[in-house]
Design a protein around this ligand. Structure first.
Ligand code: DGL
Length: 264
């Protein structure tokens, strides 16, 4: 059983990539919707949530591999989660600074992310270690994850806000915009036409899914599995409704509540 989690719907972008890569795997996804968004919360709060959710996925659902499908939670707590579960692979999600820097022709990239990730030491280190001589703008995008949670993915007002965020980056010459929050994959359809011809969007979901495929043990075999359970700490029914709205209608899931976990 592979377990993945996020503050809410964003990690479903990673989950969908895992389901594509490993169609026979049994998957469980937990959305901590009682506490979304994480991006404006302190690190120690996020760390407490990550450790409680990780323990729940391992002990109650028998997960043998965990995916922290959230850049913010990875920055705050992936090390502690690994210490808590030394016997299983724990895969975090980090902004694709390395591929963006490698591919950048203009030698300028931007990372779009939550407030918490923007100020994290982990992102600063990622940039120090992997950006080389490429200039990196870190742009916090408050409210964007909540837009995804409420399925307000477009509209003139939000389009104007997104344009006002990315236009200065493009004018400064950024040719790669890194989606540094898993929620933003669902904003990509709005972003793509705004940056077309000037910059490419960088999303690591498929790379994370390949890493899951490499580390999943035993490898999910043919003829079994392929079950998906969706859990939410608040209003689980919204998860089911969100799947088609997020373009994930192909994911047939059993949806259930995890309200007890909201209080941990
Ligand atoms: N999806 C998460 C991330 O990748 C968190 C968004 C939020 O809850 O603020 O950072």
């Amino acid at each position: 059983m592979i377990g993945a989690f996020d503050s809410g719907l964003g990690g479903l972008s990673v989950l969908a990539a895992i389901a594509r890569e490993l169609p026979r795997a049994d998957l469980v996804y937990l959305a901590d919707t009682a506490h979304v968004p994480y991006g404006n919360k302190p690190d120690d709060f996020i760390r407490g949530r990550v450790l409680a959710i990780g323990r729940h996925l391992v002990e109650a659902h028998g997960c043998t591999l965990l995916v922290v499908a959230c850049n913010t939670a990875t920055a705050a707590a992936v090390n502690e989660l690994r210490l808590q579960h030394p016997g299983i692979p724990v895969i975090g999600v980090e902004p694709g600074v390395k591929p963006a820097a490698q591919d950048s022709v203009s030698k300028r990239i931007a990372v779009l992310t939550t407030e918490a990730t923007a100020k994290s030491e982990r992102l600063a280190r990622l940039i120090r270690e992997h950006a080389g001589k490429v200039a990196v703008d870190i742009i916090a995008c408050p409210g964007w994850a909540t837009r995804v949670e409420t399925l307000h993915l477009d509209g003139p007002e939000f389009t104007a806000e997104v344009r006002a965020t990315v236009e200065p980056l493009l004018e400064r010459g950024a040719d790669r915009l890194v989606l540094g929050c898993t929620h933003y994959s669902f904003i990509a359809p709005l972003l793509a036409p705004l940056v077309r011809g000037r910059a490419e969007l960088v999303d690591v979901a498929a790379a994370v899914a390949r890493q899951v495929q490499r580390l999943a043990s035993p490898p999910p075999g043919a003829g079994t599995g392929g079950h998906l359970t969706l859990l939410a700490t608040s209003r689980p029914e919204r998860l089911q409704a969100a799947l088609p709205a997020l373009g994930l209608g192909q994911l047939a899931a059993h949806v259930t509540g995890a309200a007890a976990l909201a209080r941990c």
